[in-house]
Structure formats: structure tokens, C-alpha cells
Design a protein around this ligand. Structure first.
Ligand code: AOF
Ligand code: ZN
Length: 358
């Protein structure tokens, strides 16, 4: 199951709106097939593993990180394929939350006389597939908030100088993290200040996450990196009501997708923003700031994981704070997370914090 889970990780960022599942077929103590959900979400993991195993699947045990599907979608149900291949036992980490499946995959298998076991490495599967569960159960994607800051929690000097706080190894690690999310998201201020490309580079990875920019007024340079590359790598512009017609037309002309969102006190409402992104199919979003967007997500309890890169330099109180105002009067209301892990990356420290999503 641990291997099935790690195979599932390979598809992260590429399968949305589907979950990235892993499957291992074992017969007589030997692995006869391995698979994971393919880009775009199909074929499913089981189909891949069964194809690899061929007739060796007969009498095998299938380890799957998610309950095999039971519905006729664009492909026939995996439960049916496992039955047809003569698999004798199915071990699944967790039940599927898609109402078309939700226990029916297990029922189909049991009805066909296949031994079904579940609840193996369930906590790990719940974490790996959290984006898919959140989308099907709450309508929003999993949100990772990444910040690269100085020792004293600043992301730039008062004049906006921010390149670079963390070193090349940390920046490379960020690219690898981008690749495992469906989308990278920034606020308009960051897009204007840094003119980022928000792509995955220098890792030999061809797949690119969607680039989401949150800008109430679509106030973004039409000559910047995002605009120049919008026809090759998707740009989604999340904007407020009544956008400027000229700007909207210009961005659409460049190939951007426009996503209208509701406002909350003059800002784009973070909860509605994420509902819109979930509706568009995203399961995992990597937010890279800036301070205002980070604060609005945190204030509404919409961040699931914190990824911090901390560099060994100080910028001082006049520097730009990584997170905008939260209006807290007591620590009791501070968004709090549990430590997942920490390690050195080059000369910087990476720390990850999470909270339960169900
Ligand atoms: C599996 N194995 O590898 C995945 C599954 O749109 P469809 O027809 O491809 O179905 C998508 C649903 O299938 C998705 O919502 C989830 O319930 C399940 N995903 N199931 O057996 C897989 N990716
Ligand atoms: Zn399936």
C-alpha cells in the first residue's frame, strides 16, 4: 500500500479534476503490475496496472490507494475490470467520496466474490487525496500557502526588493512543489511587483500547473511574463464584478480564462474564489502570496498546509510582512497548524505545517 500511495503521488498536479490514485498488483509475493492515474485523469490507476500485468492479474491481490470506481464514465468501472481480470483480493486505503462510487465499488467487488479489505494506511491516503476529498465534499481545492521569508518573517524590503531572500536550492524545491499542484496562485500585487512567470522550470517536467491570478480590477500589465505566455500555459484571472471591458477583452484575447468572483468588503471573497476554482476542477492549489491574499485565505480558515522557507537574514520591521493584517486580539483566534516536518534546503530551512481537512 505504501508503494501504491507513492505511485499515486506521481500523478499529483496532472490528473485534476480526478484524484491521483496508485495501484499495485501482487501475485505469489511478486509485483506483476503497477499503475497510477494518467494525465487528465484517465486511464485510472487500476487499468494501467491491469494492462501491465496481463494474464498475471489472475488470482492477484490489488492494492489501491482509493476505492475502485463503480460508475460508467468515459471509461468502464475499475471494479468491473478487476473482476474481469480474475483478481482475487482487493485492498484499498480509503473509500471514494464521489457519490457515484461511495462504497459501491466495494459492493460490486464483494458481490463478485472478491475479498475486500479497507482501512490500510488510511490516514496517509486521506492526506494524499485531501484535495479530491475537499473538492467533492466542500467544493473547494486543498490550499498550500508557501512563503519564502527572512528570519524575521519579511518577504521584501520597504522598497520592494525581494530577489532573492532564499537560495537557488530552495527556489528549485519550490518548482518541484508547483509541479505537484494543479495550479499556482498569486494576488495582483505580487504579479505586478515581481512579474513572475509561475512556471515549473529546469526540472525536466513538461507538465505546467494553471496560473491563477486574483485581481479584483484585472489590473495587470499586458506586457508582463504572464500575459506573454498565456497562450502556451493557462492563465486564469479571478476578478470582481463589472470588470473593465477593454481589459477583459485584452486578457481573453491573450488566451486567459476569466473567472468572476464575489466580493467581501471591497476584496475578492476568499471562500467564493476557492469555490469557483473547485468548480473549475482544481483539487490542489499552491498559493505563493502576496500578503493580502495570504491573509484573506488564513482569516477564513481556508489554508490547509503551510510551507515556509526561512532564510538566514533579517530585514527589519520596515520590511514587507509575509501575511497582511488578521485583526487578531488574542492568540486563541490565530490560525494554528501542526508541524509536519522540517529540513535544511541549501542554506535555508524548509518547514511544513498542516491541519486535518475532514
Ligand atoms: C479509480 N481509479 O485511478 C481514479 C478514480 O471521470 P471518470 O469517469 O474518469 O471518473 C472520475 C472518478 O473516478 C473520480 O471522481 C473518482 O471517484 C474516481 N477516480 N477511481 O478507480 C483511479 N482516478
Ligand atoms: Zn476507476
Amino acid at each position: 500500500m505504501a508503494l501504491a500511495l507513492s505511485l499515486g503521488q506521481r500523478g499529483q498536479g496532472t490528473c485534476w479534476p480526478n484524484p491521483s490514485v496508485g495501484c499495485v498488483l501482487v501475485r505469489n509475493g511478486r509485483i506483476v503490475g503497477r499503475g497510477w492515474t494518467q494525465p487528465g485523469g484517465r486511464p485510472h490507476a487500476e487499468t494501467e496496472a491491469l494492462t501491465q500485468a496481463g494474464s498475471a492479474a489472475h488470482g492477484a491481490t490489488a492494492y489501491v490507494s482509493l476505492e475502485p470506481c463503480a460508475h460508467h464514465g468515459k471509461t468502464p468501472p475499475c471494479a468491473e475490470a478487476l473482476i474481469a481480470a480474475g483478481v482475487s483480493r482487493v485492498v484499498a486505503a480509503i473509500e471514494d467520496s464521489d457519490p457515484r462510487v461511495a462504497g459501491q465499488g466495494f459492493a460490486m467487488l464483494r458481490d463478485a466474490g472478491i475479498e475486500v479489505m479497507t482501512g490500510v494506511l488510511t490516514d496517509q491516503a486521506e492526506r494524499e487525496l485531501a484535495g479530491f476529498f475537499l473538492k467533492t465534499e466542500q467544493g473547494r481545492p486543498f490550499v498550500t500557502l508557501k512563503l519564502a521569508s527572512s528570519f524575521d518573517g519579511r518577504i521584501a524590503t520597504a522598497t520592494g526588493h525581494s530577489q532573492w531572500i532564499t537560495g537557488p536550492r530552495a527556489r528549485r524545491a519550490v518548482h518541484a512543489m508547483r509541479a505537484r499542484h494543479d495550479a499556482v496562485m498569486v494576488g495582483a500585487g505580487t504579479a505586478r511587483a515581481d512579474d513572475p512567470s509561475l512556471t515549473v522550470r529546469d526540472l525536466g517536467i513538461e507538465h505546467q500547473p494553471v496560473r491563477v491570478v486574483v485581481s479584483r480590477h484585472m489590473d495587470l500589465p499586458l506586457m508582463g511574463q504572464l500575459a506573454r505566455t498565456a497562450s502556451e500555459t493557462p492563465v486564469w484571472l479571478c476578478h470582481g464584478p463589472h470588470p473593465d471591458v477593454e481589459r477583459a477583452r485584452a486578457w481573453e484575447g491573450l488566451g486567459a480564462r476569466l473567472i468572476p468572483c464575489a466580493l467581501q468588503e471591497h476584496h475578492i471573497d476568499a471562500a467564493d474564489l476557492l469555490q469557483q476554482l473547485g468548480h473549475a476542477g482544481l483539487t490542489r492549489v499552491f498559493c505563493e502570496g502576496g500578503a493580502a491574499l495570504a491573509a484573506s485565505l488564513l482569516a477564513e480558515d481556508l489554508v490547509d498546509e503551510l510551507v515556509g522557507f526561512t532564510a538566514g537574514l533579517t530585514i527589519g520591521a520596515e520590511g514587507l510582512s509575509a501575511v497582511g493584517t488578521l485583526g487578531l486580539e488574542s492568540l486563541d483566534f490565530a490560525p494554528r497548524f501542526d508541524l509536519i516536518g522540517t529540513r535544511a534546503v541549501g542554506d535555508d530551512i524548509l518547514h511544513r505545517w498542516g491541519r486535518s481537512t475532514r
